[in-house]
Design a binder for this molecule. Sequence first.
Ligand code: CP
Length: 317
Amino acid sequence: MRNFTSVHDIEDLQSALQEASEIKKNRFGFTSSGSNKTLLMVFFNSSLRTRLSTQKAAMNLGMNTIVLDVNQGAWKLETQRGVVMDGDKSEHLLEAIPVMGCYCDIIGVRSFARFESKEEDYGETVLNQFIQYSGRPVFSMEAATRHPLQSFADLITIEEYKKTERPKVVMTWAPHPKALPQAVPNSFAEWINAAGYELVITHPEGYELDAAFTGNAVIEYDREKAFRGADFVYAKNWAAYTDPNYGKVISSDRRWTVDEHVMSLTSQAYFMHCLPVRRNMIVTDQVIESPQSIVLAEAANREISAQVVLKRLLSNT
Ligand code: CP
């Protein structure tokens, strides 16, 4: 694997899931594969899980790690080509990226959608510049349109908890006070479709995602109908994707908070969320603290998804 930005970079999903299962049983069995190799993790946005789990995965493989928080202590970076740099940005990404590549063997990048331009966000401008100019294998630690390490961990978790071969997975929009990117729901839909599970997506009208990610998923505006018979409920907020509301919060309807009533309609579904989660906005205290909540198992599997990806990328260094 040269780069990892989506499920399309995984040739055989079943073999990747099998490798995840083996690594989980023996996570220190490959400590020589990353010996004398350096991982650089570049964060344009905040993180708790991605930062810790990816660093831990690299350590499991014997790698050294460097973490760069671009907005804390580094020069302010210009990302647009052709700009006269007479403002507060001292360095251009086009120099900064190859310089970063000099000091490492693999680069991880976190760069969220900015909601300034749909074309720029969905063109993955920052991530693609790292791929083009770093000279190193690059992986996404959540980009503008996808969060593949999270989705891979979500799928590993579903594999561990599923009671039927082809579970019904319901992804539900839930309210949030701020405009959040579509990366997690886009990516989750893509990975669940690749796994061949039944996927139902429920949200208020106006929150339709890009069909390039949702594929053949059923879009059901009636939330109670969507939840019936679900084996897994994946909650997430996202801002509107469709024009003219791209990047906007168009509903904060608290009736969409996942509560005990709507969970009671399911087939004793497991509750999932990528975290961080706003309690009593996205999900009630009762649901997230219930035995059906597997949010911590998902977070723990972030170490495993990162280790599989790093191990595969190391073979190209
Ligand atoms: N789920 C996830 O990516 O968490 P962080 O934003 O804390 O890394």
